[in-house]
Design a protein around this ligand. Structure first.
Ligand code: HEM
Length: 405
C-alpha cells in the first residue's frame, strides 16, 4: 500500500512516498543540492516536535559537507528530540566533551576488538536462531532472524544475564519505536534506566569483562563517569545499534531475494559478501535522514541557510547521487566501489560501523551455509513483502521457503 504524506510545506508537489521516497529525493536533488522544505514524514510526530524552519541537503557533496562541519551544523538539538528518551548522549555532544566520551567506548568497537566476538558470540547466536526454524522449511526472516540477532548480540556484549533477554528485548523495541508511540517509549526509557542502574551497581562491587564493566571503571580526567552518563550511553546503543542493523540486514536480504542472479553469485562466492553489504547500505540505507541545526548563517552548494534552521541531512538521496554513481538507481553488487555515506561522516561517524558490518556478514554467512533454494513467498499483490518507511526503512516481513542443506 502506498501512503502519501504531505510535507510541512504543504505543497502538493512536495510529497514523500513512504513506499518509495527515492523518486521524490531524485526530483529534489536534480533541482538543487539543498532545498527549503522537508523530506520527513511528520504524520506521527506531535506538533511541538515538528521543526518550523527546515532545509534539506540532498546531493552527496552537500550531505558530506554538513556532516563534516560540526561547528556550523550542530547536533546539540538532539538533546531536545531523541535525547528526551535517551538522556545526554555522545550523539548530541560537541568538541572535547564529545571526544572524551566517545574515546571511552570506541576501543570496544574497533574491528580488532570485535574480531574475538565473531566466533564466540555472533556466530553461535545466528546459528541458534536458525536451529529454531530450519526443520520447518519456511520462516519469516525478519521475525525469526534479523529482528532477533542484533538484540542478542548487544545483550551479550553488554554482559546482560540471559534470563533478562525477553524483558530487555521488549523494552528495547518499545524505545526504538518512539516515532510510533511516544508514551510507551518514555515508559521503556525509565524501565531501562532502572534496569541499567541495577547492572551498574552490580559491577561496582564486582567488575566484569563487558561493555558495562568497561564504562563503570572508565575515567575522564581522573573522574569516573556518572551513572547518568553510563545509562544514557547504554540506552543510545539500542536505537543506534539494534534498529539500524536489523533494518539494514533485512534490506540486504530483500534486495538479494529480489535479484536472484546476485543472490546466486553471493551464494557461490562468499567473498562477494562485503561488497554486497556495502551496496545494500548504499541502495537502501536503514536510516535515510538525520538532522542538524545551524549555529550561524551559512551557505551550502550556493544555497543560503539562515542561523537556527533545522537541516535534514538526506543520506538516502546522497547515496543515489548520479554525479557520484553511474546507474545510481540500480542495485548492483558488482559496481565499482565508491564509499556511501550511510554511516555519516565527520566526528559523529557511526561508532558501530565495524560491528554492523561484522554482524551482517556473519548473519548472511550462517544463512547461506545452512539454507538453499531460498525463495521469497509472494502472491504478486500489493501486500507482497517490500521495503518501506521514512526516515527508517526496511521490510516488515520476509516470508521465505527453503531447503535445509
Ligand atoms: C547498518 C547499521 C548502522 C547504520 C546505517 C548506522 C548509522 C549511523 C549514523 C548515520 C550515525 C550518525 C547519526 C548522526 O550524527 O545524526 C550513527 C551514529 C552512531 N552509531 Fe550507528 N549505525 C549502524 C549501526 C550501529 C551499531 C551496530 C552501533 C553500536 C552498537 C551503532 C552505534 C552508533 C553510535 C554510538 C553513534 C553516535 C556516534 C557519535 O555521535 O559520535 N551504530 N550511526
Amino acid at each position: 500500500m502506498t501512503t502519501h504524506v504531505h510535507t510541512a510545506a504543504g505543497a502538493g508537489e512536495q510529497s514523500v512516498d513512504l513506499l518509495d521516497p527515492y523518486p521524490f529525493f531524485a526530483h529534489k536533488r536534480r533541482q538543487a543540492a539543498v532545498f527549503k522544505g522537508t523530506v520527513m514524514d511528520y504524520s506521527k510526530t506531535p506538533e511541538d516536535f515538528r521543526p518550523k524552519n527546515e532545509f534539506s541537503a540532498m546531493s552527496f557533496d552537500a550531505v558530506n559537507k554538513v556532516f563534516r562541519d560540526g561547528r556550523v551544523f550542530s547536533s546539540k538539538p538532539y538533546d531536545k528530540t531523541i535525547g528526551l528518551f535517551m538522556g545526554p548522549t555522545i550523539l548530541a555532544m560537541e568538541g572535547k566533551k564529545h571526544r572524551d566520551h566517545r574515546n571511552l567506548v570506541s576501543a570496544a568497537f574497533k574491528s580488532k576488538a570485535l574480531a574475538r566476538w565473531e566466533n564466540t558470540i555472533i556466530r553461535p547466536i545466528c546459528n541458534a536462531l536458525i536451529d529454531e526454524f530450519i526443520q520447518t522449511g519456511e520462516a519469516d526472516l525478519i521475525r525469526n532472524f534479523t529482528l532477533e540477532f542484533p538484540t542478542r548480540v548487544i545483550a551479550q556484549l553488554l554482559g546482560l544475564p540471559a534470563e533478562d533477554l525477553p524483558t530487555f528485548r521488549t523494552r528495547a523495541v518499545q524505545l526504538i519505536s518512539y516515532h510510533v508511540n511516544y508514551e510507551r517509549a518514555f515508559e521503556a526509557s525509565t524501565a531501562l534506566k532502572d534496569y541499567f542502574v541495577e547492572q551498574i551497581e552490580l559491577r561496582k562491587s564486582k567488575p566484569t569483562e563487558d561493555i558495562i564493566g568497561d564504562l563503570v571503571t572508565a575515567e575522564i580526567d581522573g573522574e569516573k563517569l556518572s551513572d547518568e552518563a553510563i545509562y544514557s550511553f547504554l540506552r543510545l546503543l539500542l536505537p543506534a545499534g539494534l534498529e539500524t542493523t536489523y533494518r539494514s540486514s533485512g534490506n540486504l536480504l530483500y534486495l538479494l531475494l529480489t535479484h536472484p542472479d546476485q543472490f546466486a553469485a553471493v551464494q557461490a562466492d562468499r567473498e562477494l559478501l562485503p561488497q554486497a553489504i556495502e551496496e545494500g547500505l548504499r541502495f537502501e540505507t536503514p536510516l535515510t535522514t538525520v538532522q542538524r541545526f545551524t549555529t550561524e548563517d551559512t551557505e551550502v552548494e550556493g544555497v543560503e541557510i539562515p542561523a537556527r534552521s533545522v537541516v535534514g541531512v538526506c543520506i538516502g538521496s546522497a547515496n543515489r547521487d548520479e554525479r557520484r554513481w553511474e546507474r545510481s538507481e540500480e542495485f548492483d553488487i558488482f559496481r565499482k566501489h565508491m564509499p556511501h555515506i550511510s554511516f555519516a561522516a565527520g566526528e559523529h561517524t557511526c561508532l558501530g560501523l565495524h560491528l554492523a558490518r561484522l554482524e551482517t556478514r556473519v548473519a548472511l554467512e550462517c544463512l547461506l551455509n545452512r539454507l538453499t533454494n531460498v525463495r521469497l513467498v509472494t502472491d504478486g499483490d500489493a501486500q507482497d513483502p517490500h521495503i518501506h518507511g521514512q526516515p527508517f526503512r526496511s521490510p516488515n516481513a520476509l516470508p521465505v521457503t527453503f531447503d535445509a542443506k
